[in-house]
Design a protein around this ligand. Structure first.
Ligand SMILES: Cc1cc2nc3c(=O)[nH]c(=O)nc-3n(C[C@H](O)[C@H](O)[C@H](O)COP(=O)(O)OP(=O)(O)OC[C@H]3O[C@@H](n4cnc5c(N)ncnc54)[C@H](O)[C@@H]3O)c2cc1C
Length: 402
């Protein structure tokens, strides 16, 4: 029997409709029934990722949570997407990562795709029969998108793509990749030199390197994609030729940042409940560790970060649903959710004493998983620079102070 779902915290009520609350419950029941039982097996396997979990989420239509109903999607928006990733990630950040990594390219296809492309792919995304990945990062250029080496050359009605991509989420289970490659000269401005393509995984020349488990997120498929003269028909260009930088950045900003923040928040929630249960159950001086004021103080520090992180994320997702420009809020949500979950995980390690060091104790998994939300969708350096520039540009727009 699945456990009773926990209701959303009161602080989130302003952002949630009755449909959101129902989705919250459905997600928790799913996590309890299908995700939780898989976690121990995934943790102990370094050679297996979980295709079945992706199928189960796909069958529920969740890869189409933001897809318009006209293309078969749920059309529930960004807060709903956040609920799905967040609540699944409480149980398993790897499972949450499967969802989030697909929902980034789905957003790109929905925003930049032609009606024909959307008709071709989105209904299959929405019914779970097509899973997507986005392939931008490269082994050498890393997060410097403008410095990428992958090239695409026009040949009649086709483009021929050659290059390598690294750290691609859902690599081994994706049927369709959004690949960004260079179509202009190296000296051209990066904002016009790149183009995005829809690349079916079964095309000749698409090579997926074998899965190897990472430091954390065990069960989440990620790895290197090699493209060797892959021929893509010209009608599979996503957006305009020369718009690849915008496709990559917009998807990362509007989908990547809140998605990664939701994975961090799920881990943070799990850290909090594990630590509370531990302190509550550990006897000391005729009471428990949780009765010691000094440990309540430390638990209070975790609680304050968790509350703030939660509100930042749901607030930003809500602004997106309202169509309000909220780039800085998305940066803040992604950056703070990772940083605070890291701090709380370290506190939790200390609060568990030596018990945290048992390799089978769940905190080990959480502390490994949280390392994986730093790099994607903008590292900390880029997020802080972005926030500083937003303040500087607002200050210069306001003019000199008197
Ligand atoms: C879990 C996970 C999932 C991912 N999923 C995907 C995916 O689906 N698709 C995809 O394309 N990629 C994906 N990535 C890759 C991710 O986008 C990259 O890790 C990220 O862009 C950074 O690139 P890099 O790791 O190569 O680091 P680098 O770019 O090599 O940077 C290394 C360090 O130098 C810093 N740095 C670099 N340049 C500057 C600068 N100009 N100013 C200040 N600091 C700088 C960075 O902040 C970082 O700390 C994923 C990564 C992870 C961990």
């Amino acid at each position: 029997m699945p456990a009773t779902p926990t209701p959303p915290p009161e602080t989130l009520r302003p952002y949630l409709t009755p449909r959101h609350e129902l989705l919250w419950q459905e997600t928790e029941l799913f996590a309890d029934q299908y995700v939780g039982p898989r976690v121990p097996r995934l943790e102990h396997s370094t050679s297996k990722f979980d295709r079945r979990l992706a199928q189960l989420m796909g069958e529920r239509g969740w890869f189409g949570v933001t897809v318009p109903a006209a293309y078969g999607g749920m059309e529930l928006g960004h807060v709903a997407k956040t609920i799905l990733i967040h609540r699944i990630s409480v149980m398993s950040a790897a499972a949450g990562a499967i969802l989030q990594a697909t929902l980034i390219p789905v957003g790109a296809l929905d925003h930049f795709g032609t009606h024909e492309q959307k008709t071709q792919w989105l209904p299959r995304v929405a019914d779970g029969s097509v899973l997507m990945s986005i392939a931008v990062t490269e082994p050498t250029a890393g997060g410097h998108i403008g410095g990428m080496d992958a090239v695409a050359e026009r040949d009649g009605d086709e483009w021929v793509i050659t290059g390598s991509k690294a750290h691609i989420g859902n690599l081994h289970i994706a049927d369709l990749h959004v690949v960004v490659a260079r179509t202009g000269e190296v000296d051209d401005s990066p904002s016009q030199a790149l183009t995005a393509f829809l690349v079916a995984n079964d095309l000749p020349g698409v090579n997926v390197t074998p899965y190897r488990a990472g430091h954390g997120l065990r069960g989440f498929s990620a790895g290197r994609l090699d493209l060797d003269q892959v021929r893509v028909s010209a009608d599979q260009v996503l957006g305009e030729v020369g718009q690849g930088m915008e496709v990559a950045q917009r998807s990362s900003i509007r989908y990547g940042r809140p998605n990664l923040a939701a994975v961090s928040l799920g881990i943070h929630d799990a850290v909090m409940s594990l630590t509370t249960s531990f302190l509550k159950a550990r006897p000391r001086y005729g009471a428990t560790l949780l009765d010691l004021p000094v440990l309540q103080d430390r638990l209070g520090a975790i609680t304050h970060r968790l509350h703030a992180a939660r509100v930042l994320l749901y607030h930003a997702a809500h602004l997106l649903d309202q169509g309000i420009d909220c780039d800085a809020e998305l940066v803040n949500a992604k950056y703070s959710n990772h940083a605070w979950a890291m701090q709380s995980s370290q506190d939790a390690m200390e609060l568990h004493g030596a018990n945290a060091l048992d390799p089978d104790y769940p905190l080990q998994r959480l502390i490994r998983d949280i390392q994986h939300t730093y790099a994607p969708a903008g590292t900390g350096e880029f997020q802080r620079i972005h926030l500083a520039r937003a303040v500087l540009s607002a200050a210069s727009a306001a003019g000199p102070s008197t």
